[in-house]
Each structure stands twice: as structure tokens, then as C-alpha cells.
Ligand binder design. Sequence first.
Ligand code: MN
Length: 261
Amino acid sequence: MSSSAILSNLGSALLTGEVKVVDITAPLGPETPVLYLPPQFGKNTPQVKVHAISKYDQDGPFWAWNWIELGEHTGTHFDAPCHWITGKDNPNNTTDTILPQNFVAPVNVIDRSKEAGLDPDYLLTVESIQEWEAQHGEIEAGSWVLMRTDWYKRNGSTETFLNADDKGPHSPGPTAEAIKYLLSKGIIGWGQETIGTDAGSAGGMTPPFPAHHLMHEANRYGLASLSNLDQLPAKGAILIAAPLKFVKGTGSPVRALALIA
Ligand code: MN
């Protein structure tokens, strides 16, 4: 098929609804849960604030507009490699320098909602990924891997979303070995529905926060606080997730979308 036929077929399929666009983004606003780090780490990211400039009033009689205060890593967001110390010297590692081709790619969705529903500390292992591959096919180089846990259904409340007690946060994520395995497959990014790309228990892993440590070391990307992964097939969807072109940005909120047919 010629390249123009591929795109005209896609265009037709979008118009007929044969290809659907699924919004896998959480609402972004003052209610968006933000991370609270242990006190030894000092500063936290602020909650989103919306400041009105005018609203069809004396400050702007015909127009409404706001300015917003938000952290780079807030809500559904993209982690650039420079977010982690292991990725700080990589080429094209900031939101403004990542090649745009990398923002659109096939996506694999590993459904572990049942497991995470039973155990909020659920960790995705190599064996579990291989089991998924035996069922759905191999994870291909250049693709994204997302873990569905249905955790996004907790996104309405910071308390249930972070799910912390005196022992720390309890939320699902990958083991270090799982991330190493996915990198050996050549994936372009790893994402999940929790506040970050790592499990709540990841601070105690080796290395600590392996999804951040290993993915960014390999100059690969992360997506956090994704929603609606229960609407995606295991394989066959196309992920579109482009961070704002913040100069030297370490990450950015995104409107993450998936094309499904
Ligand atoms: Mn982040």
C-alpha cells in the first residue's frame, strides 16, 4: 500500500468511526492528586491552581482566559529522560528535543486489573509479561507498554489514589527485572495508571524507582496517571502522547489518546 493510501484509509476510518479515539487522560485541575514525598526530600510539586485573567468583564469585556500554575509532573503526564539522574546526559532527553516520531507508536496493554484489585502492592514480573506475550504476541521494539490496573478509578481522591499508610504508599507497578526485560525488547516507553511510573514500594527496590532509573537511563519515556486503559485492546492500538514543548522540560502534562479499531 502506498503511504498516501495508508493515510487516506486512516482518514476515512476516522470519519466513519471505524477507528475510534479513546481519551486515556485524567481531568487536570485543582482536584488533581499530586505526589507527597517523604519529608527528607524537601519540596513537593504544588497542586494545580487556576487564576482568572478576565471573564467577559472589565478586565476583558469580550474574552475569558486564565493562567495556570502547575508542576511538570502533574496529572496524566509524560516523563522525559532528563527527569532522572540516570538520564541527565542522554541526547534529546528533554521535552523540547525528543524526536516527534517518538510521540506516536503502537501500544501493548497488559491487563493486571484483577491482580491489582486483590493486592494494591501488586508487582508485574517478567514471568507475568511472558505469560501475556504467549497469549497476545510478542512485545515489539519501538512500542509502548502500559499496565492496566483500573487504578484510575481512584483518581477522584488524593487519599485513595496515593493509598498511603504509615508504611508508605501502596500502589502497583513493575519489578526492576520486568523493566529490564521490556528494555531488552526495545520498548520506547512504560506507563501506568498510578501517580507515577513506579510502584508505591519502589523506593525500597534495587535500584530504587526502577521504572524511572532504568527507562530514563536507556533514554526511554514514561507515562503516569493514565485513565481508561480498560477501553484499550491488549494489542493493536496506537498511542499518541506528546508533552508540551517546554524548553529543557523534564516532563509535561499530556492529552494522551489511543486510536483503536
Ligand atoms: Mn513524572
